[in-house]
Design a protein. Structure first.
Length: 185
């Protein structure tokens, strides 16, 4: 097996939740959080993740957990090309939450490497390995080595919403104004 994150609610005696690193306070009428545990898990398809660091926040107040490349050999992403990078991590997200996979800003700035389908969504019912779709928008090929931090994972709430079919939408001042409707600059 590989690494598996298993988030679950944990309420302290004072009524607050904690996530094992920082307290998460979501002021949307409630408090929510997770405690994250490391466990061996058969749901990951990449057994080679045993030596990679567990996903962690780089600083005490960082929103995202760094995801690392679980590649067996360096992978070169040519200019304009894309690649699916395995992470060796599977996650069980509770209902009402998602894991968002986002680019790392420093990687995008320094090399032009960013993520397609960003943010990527890991749904609460997905149990496979998290893969990261990278694209090289830079001017030079980018080499991804084993253990490189390639993305960050942010846990977010997902409201339970029902869509209603209507014949017309309510009017707004903006209306159907889309791309560039307020001007270029």
């Amino acid at each position: 097996g590989g690494l598996c994150l298993i988030p679950h609610p944990f309420r302290r005696k004072d009524g607050l939740f904690r996530d094992g690193i920082d307290r998460l306070r979501l002021f949307e009428g409630h408090l929510a959080g997770f405690e994250l545990f490391s466990a061996k898990c058969s749901s990951t398809e990449n057994p080679e993740a045993f030596d990679l660091p567990f996903p962690e926040r780089a600083t005490a107040h960082a929103s995202g957990f760094d995801l690392r490349a679980c590649v067996s050999a360096p992978l070169v992403v040519p200019v304009g090309a894309r690649a699916l990078i395995p992470t060796g991590v599977a996650i069980a997200v509770p209902p009402g939450y998602e894991a968002q996979i986002r680019p790392r800003s420093g990687l995008a700035l320094k090399s032009g490497l960013t993520l397609l389908n960003s943010p990527g969504t890991i749904d609460a019912d997905y149990r496979g390995e998290v893969g990261v779709i990278v694209v090289n928008h830079g001017t030079d090929p980018v080499t991804i080595a084993r253990g490189d931090r390639i993305a960050q994972m942010v846990i977010q709430t997902v409201p339970d919403v029902d869509l209603e079919s209507v014949d017309e939408l309510p009017e707004t001042e903006r209306g159907a104004g889309g791309f560039g409707h307020t001007g270029i600059l």
